[in-house]
Design a protein around this ligand. Structure first.
Ligand SMILES: Cc1cc2nc3c(=O)[nH]c(=O)nc-3n(C[C@H](O)[C@H](O)[C@H](O)COP(=O)(O)OP(=O)(O)OC[C@H]3O[C@@H](n4cnc5c(N)ncnc54)[C@H](O)[C@@H]3O)c2cc1C
Length: 153
């Protein structure tokens, strides 16, 4: 019987959990994790402690590296961004960001674990005394985690 391929898009909390669980449940499954960032499996919850200087560096936030997933039979492709999901052909169009190349990847099953972005909407429109609000999130490369500034004055 041909081996089935599970592709997981996004490799932080949800994606890595799904990939690890799938591989444990069915060791014969090919599992590929695609992540557009350079880092995977980190605890974003620790970012405030990093900024406050309470933990030494970004390494302390990383739960598992791509190599560790590899040892468990899960292939991790970092800096690979999914551009398009073609359900009719059960294929993805993927950009290999480091190589600046695109390729097509077939899947049998797909997990989309691409996270979410926060929206403040007009929540602060009547709060002029709040000078600025910092929205904190991890972004490309993670080392360059940054804050975005919203000036209200
Ligand atoms: C500062 C901060 C503090 C937090 N504190 C807490 C806390 O105390 N307690 C708590 O429970 N939660 C906390 N959270 C929330 C928690 O970190 C998130 O709930 C969790 O990270 C969500 O995981 P996720 O895998 O669903 O999504 P994400 O962590 O957003 O991961 C999604 C991944 O998908 C990748 N991706 C997106 N699109 C594509 C694409 N097209 N191709 C390839 N990859 C893609 C992204 O690069 C990203 O790495 C905090 C979050 C932040 C930012």
């Amino acid at each position: 019987m041909a081996t089935k391929t599970l592709v997981v898009i996004g490799a932080v909390a949800a994606g890595t959990s799904a990939a690890a669980k799938a591989k444990r449940t069915n060791p014969n499954l090919d599992v590929i994790l695609l992540e557009r960032d350079r880092h995977i499996s980190y605890g974003a919850c620790g970012l405030p402690y990093l900024i406050a200087g309470l933990i030494p560096g970004t390494d302390a936030l990383i739960a598992r590296t791509p190599a560790e997933f590899g040892e468990r039979g899960v292939e991790v492709r970092t800096e690979h961004e999914v551009l398009e999901i073609d359900t009719a052909n059960t294929a993805l169009r993927v950009a290999d960001l480091a190589a600046a190349q695109e390729y097509s990847l077939r899947y049998d099953d797909l997990v989309i674990a691409t996270g979410a972005v926060c929206s403040t909407g007009s929540m602060f429109s009547k709060a002029p005394d709040i000078a600025m609000i910092f929205l904190l999130f991890a972004a490309m490369g993670f080392v360059g985690l940054f804050t975005s500034l919203f000036f209200h004055k």
